[in-house]
Structure formats: structure tokens, C-alpha cells
Design a protein around this ligand. Sequence first.
Ligand code: BG6
Length: 515
Amino acid sequence: MSDPLIIEPPRPNPLRDPRDRRLPRVPEPCALVVFGITGDLARKKLLPAVYDLHSRGLLPTDFVLVGFARRDWSDGDFEDMAREAARTGARTPWREELWSRLAGNIRFVPGSFDDDNAFDELSRVLDEMRDSHGIKGNAAFYLSIPPSAFPVVLKQLQRTGMADNGKSGGWRRVVVEKPFGTDLESSRELNDLVDDVFTAEDVFRIDHYLGKETVQNILALRFANQLFEPVWNSHYVDSVQITMAEDVGIGSRAGFYDQTGAARDVLQNHVLQLLALVGMEEPVEFTPDAIRTEKIKVLRAITLPADLGSYAIRGQYTQGWLAGERVLGYRQEKDVPEPSQTETYAAVTLDIETRRWAGVPFYLRTGKRLPRRVTEISILFKKAPHLPFSKTDTEELGHNQLVIRVQPDEGVTLKFGSKVPGSQMEVRDVAMDFLYGETFTEASPEAYERLLLDVLLGDAMLFPLNEEVEASWDVIDPLEEHWSGQAPYRYRAGEWGPGEAEQMLARDGRVWRRP
Ligand code: BG6
């Protein structure tokens, strides 16, 4: 009997082209097992995403959520915590009746990662649910845990046979959160470990930026239109800037952040993924393999400038003012060791040695405690080779520019020159804006919502391959080596990073865009 509270998934139409991806797809019955369920990520992102998917009718009726953590909790305690987290973070309207349907299928397994009995119990719970909840042996294991805990959890999944597709009678997948290692070597070790336990197509590496609508739209913008491709190369493009700025500090994450720093936390993954999408060639088809093949090629074609001292700048924030409030410097943040040399800001100039991009600098920057939260990609075009106007007519004319606003104010802006109304010829920059909020009535799903759904569907399109991860470390490792032992430059919280990053562009006769 159909449930009036749940939006019924569409019935399969035998006449429909299986490649038609417009209608929502619903995963097969399955369990989602989350390790580290009490952590920030699970509470703020994963649990709300589970509720949102459920309320959109995108979870199978036979869906089970299993939490695993070192807590003396009953199923009911876990359900209370999950409910609160989902209610607080949900994007879609909260409906108690909807939650209670989900709540009936929630289980908690207490234990630590080195506790064999706890993993035996988890295995037993999944076996039992195969029949009692109809999950058919399908399960995804989400490792929302520090990378140092990966080995022990993976070994447990292997020891108990839980990672074994054949034994489970369904599919078994693992979800690994970034950062994937701390350098090339450790990422290889991590990968060997994961590969030893799961088959490659069952491993889903999460870079949540790829789950953002605006990031997926880069492919649509570039490959669904005729307009941009002819000018998307070094003949027309002067330079590209990719900015991922945050106004927040490190919050309560000192333990993780001080070991990681801005380059490993954000440049290595989110920002290089954005670069790959902007720089890649057109895939031969819109499939995970074809897209990832092209992304890997770009990442492998990246070269670093010889003079890293001038073209790789890192900074650390000191106390300052943000939105009218006094904020602490990085070294005063809770649990940050006083002489910390960890960077909270990184800017670097990269080249892509391909026919399309040779000679076009890609300027990347990321930082915490910058004036505002903004992620954007700006493609700056060369100036027209000749202007048939007098010099004074075009004094206010800058470069043509295409800005892809990843967040906030999601959209795309095209800047070009236009005549100012009046009896003289005066040309000035104007902007044409596409705003998601004004164009589409449906709000964009959260990145984790989309990615979680794709894991359960087994759709790998938005998940980086290990080769991409390794190619990215190849870019970051020399930077880290260059920086090691050097003190980062300082910038005041609320400023756009250290002055040296401004000089990096000034040296090339350019300036950072002020988003
Ligand atoms: C995470 C980083 O991957 O991305 C955080 O570890 C950062 O340091 C976060 O704050 C930013 O994500 P978003 O989606 O808010 O831009």
C-alpha cells in the first residue's frame, strides 16, 4: 500500500531510454553504516542529508541507518541524537511523521574500532537485517573518522567478511572522506590498504565540492554551449583565478587543522578539482570514466613555477576584526600550539602545459578569516587587440570576464564593455548576471545529499579517482617541501591574505579580483 507521507518513486517505464537521467533514481534497499556518527560531519551534514533524501522520496522504503561509535547508547539514544541533528540541519521542511518512518529503521552498535566483538555484532546486525528489513545484503560503510583510524576499521571490515560482496549477497561499498593521506606516499599507502579490502569500483572518495550544483554546472556551461569553447584557450584567455575564501576560523578543529594547513585541507582537493573542471578537454561521453580521464590529464599537465619563493605564498592569520567583531589570531585559537607554523592561507601560481593553456597563469588562493565566504572562478579574457575609439572613450573599459560563482550568490556573471547612454561614445564595463535563485524555482540539493545518494546508487561520476588524488599530491608535495621550516607570512583576520600574495600578482602586472 502506498504511504501518503512519502513521495512515491516513479515507476520504471519500459519504453524509457535507460540513459535518460531526468527522472529521479532511487537506490536499491540498503543499509548506510556510519563510523564516527557522533562527529561534526555526521551531525552537521550526513544526518540532515539522510533526512532530506528521505523527505524527497529518494531513499528506498527498505533503508536502514546504522551508527557505530564508542558510546554507551541504545538504539533509542542514537535515534534521539540523530533526530536532533537532522532537524537542526535539514534543508527540506521538518515533518515529524516523516522522521518517525525513518526512525523505525535506525540501529546503533556501540564499540571502539579495535573491539572485535563490536564488529562481529555489526556483522550480525547486517545479516539479520538482510531478512528482517529486506536490505538484501547491500551496505555502504561511511568512514567519517580520522585517517589514522582507517587501517583498523578497514581490517575489521575485512576480518568479519563485511567488505565482501560475494559473501554478503549484495553490494558493499566504502566511502572515504578527504584528505586522502597527507602526501603522495601516505595517500598511496592508504589506497593500497583500501584496495586490499574493497574492489576499486566500490570505493567512493568524497570531495564534497564535486557535489555542489554550481561545480557540476561548469561541465554544462563548457560542453553544452557553443558560445564558450572557441574562446576557452590561451588565444583569448589572459589568466584564471580560483578563490576559495572563508570568513570562519578553525573553530574546534585545531587538532586536525594544525596537522593539515590550508594547502592540504583545500588546495589539494577542492581547488585543484575546480581547476581540473575548468581546464579539461571535452570528455568523449558523459560517463564517470570519460570525465575522470580528462581531469587526470589536466592535473598531470600542471607545472609549478621555478621561483616558488615568489609564486607560492602562505600565510597565517593574526587577531583582527571581522563583521564588526574582534576575532582571535590562529595561534590563540583553542588547542593550537603557540609556535605553530601551520598556514591558514595559501596562494600559488600554476601553469598547465597543454596546447590549450600554455602561457595562461592559473592563480589559486584559499584562506580562513578572510573578509567573506566566497568561492569563485574568474576567467579573465585578453583585451581586444585594437580599439577603434579614442583613448578617453575606453578609459573605463577593463578586461572581459566570466565569473563562475560557486557560492554564495550561486550563478554566473559575464562582464563586457557597453556604451554609456548619451551623445558621446563612452564605453564602460557592465555585467550580465545569471542567478540560480532567480532562474530556478527548485532549491539546489546540498552537496552531501547528492553524494550520499550517488554512493547508494553506485554512481561514481562525482567521485575523484585515486589517480586524480595522486596527481594532486604531485602538485602539493613540492609546495609543502618548499614551505617546510619557513614561517608563514602574517595577515590580519579580516584582510585578503598577506601582502606577498598581492605582490605575486603585481609582479605579473595583475591584481586579485575583489569578490
Ligand atoms: C572542508 C574543509 O573540506 O571544506 C574545511 O576541511 C572547509 O576546512 C570546508 O571549511 C568548506 O566547505 P564549504 O562547502 O563550506 O565551502
